[in-house]
Design a protein around this ligand. Structure first.
Ligand SMILES: [Zn+2]
Length: 356
């Protein structure tokens, strides 16, 4: 069968390879893969930043955003049946099986010895067929089969938002205004979900106001500003929550200063700049003096995928066309290397395993 593989830490190693079809063991399901999304993590693995093949394998099959159909089940599987449309979650419990992993909160693992499909010690789903532990598959209703390719990135947003609401139980929180920094899929998905929940949303990123990304923000009733021509400190309002999804350290630092009294900032990005920032002191004093909270959020668990399904159904009703606008291109597996040459205006590239 065809598989998209990499050999980290080698740079730019992504290629299509013929490998043996996997067989489902006890508690596992074999999936026929429909589509796989490419994201920043896949590109960083291909750039040699991280990624680790399973023990004994010379390569790692990529792909952690996927939709498939259950083709076959191993012994003892009760949670899914042959023919179900499913999205696999990414992270699996750690070697020590810590208390969080035991409780199904693998995203909150305390040991760091977890594994992740397509990233760390487990093959991903970018192949004609793939296996997953059946308990970590999320069933998808037929009506959102097309949109389900966004469920994994959406689950990251759902986790961030649910943590925000949990943390803000520290006070009586009247909230209406949200700032989202960044208009790649995490920023756009956060914008869409926050609009769904009734927030006034301002999205700021480094894209032109005529770009598709900016149009998507406006389509759901949000406001869009090009961060390059509208500086944060010239905005005439502050926000109850800030979602930092740009991955730019300078934007992240400025975003911290954009919260109202008692506000909260959630960081979803990875910051690789090594530039010095002089305003740290002012930003931190401001956090203290305003009872502001800031936290980081990574990964997600099955519960967040299920929240995402509910929201995808709602989004489809309220903004019927918006999710399809997030798809920039669908490639056959044979053209996969094109998907790793990212261009600025691109939103989501999908590898379609059923496309001829
Ligand atoms: Zn753990």
């Amino acid at each position: 069968m065809r598989a998209v593989v990499v050999t980290p830490p080698e740079r730019n190693s992504v290629q299509l390879m013929e490998i043996h079809e996997p067989e489902p063991k006890e508690n596992e399901a074999l999936l026929k893969i429909l589509k796989v999304g490419i994201d920043a993590t896949d590109r960083e693995i291909n750039d040699g930043y991280y990624g680790q093949p399973p023990e004994g394998s010379p390569y790692l099959v990529l792909g952690h955003e996927a939709v498939g159909i259950v083709e076959e089940i191993g012994g003892n599987v009760k949670s899914v049946s042959v023919g179900d449309i499913v999205v696999p979650t990414v992270r699996r419990p750690c070697v020590e099986n810590c208390v969080n992993c035991r409780m199904g909160e693998v995203d909150m693992c305390t040991t760091g010895t977890f594994s992740e499909h397509g990233i760390l010690k487990l093959h991903g789903f970018a192949s004609d067929y793939a296996v997953s532990d059946a308990d970590y598959l999320v069933k998808v209703p037929e009506e959102i089969k097309e949109e389900a390719i966004f469920l994994e990135p959406l689950s990251i947003v759902e986790k961030g938002l649910s943590q925000i609401f949990k943390i803000q139980e520290r006070l009586v929180w009247e909230r209406e205004d949200a700032l989202v920094v960044g208009a790649d899929p995490p920023g756009l998905l956060a914008t869409i979900v926050l609009r769904l929940r009734g927030f006034n949303v301002l999205n700021m990123s480094r894209n032109r106001v005529e770009s598709t990304k900016a149009k998507i923000v406006r389509d759901v009733g949000g406001e869009y500003l090009d961060e390059r021509v509208n500086l944060f400190n010239t905005l005439d309002k502050k926000f109850d929550m800030v979602i930092e999804a740009s991955g730019a350290a300078s934007a992240a630092l400025e975003a911290c200063g954009m919260t109202k009294q008692n506000g909260i900032v959630c960081f979803l990005g990875l910051y690789r700049e090594i530039q010095e920032c002089e305003d740290f002191g002012k930003v931190f004093s401001n956090m203290t003096l305003g009872n502001r909270a800031a936290f980081g959020s990574v990964s997600s668990n099955k519960k967040h995928f299920e929240m995402g399904i509910k929201d995808l159904l709602e989004i489809k009703k309220k903004y019927p066309k918006v999710m399809t606008k997030l798809v920039s291109r669908e490639l056959t597996p044979e053209k996969v290397t094109l998907g790793f040459k990212s261009d600025f205006e691109e939103i989501k590239t999908i590898i379609n395993f059923q496309k001829k």
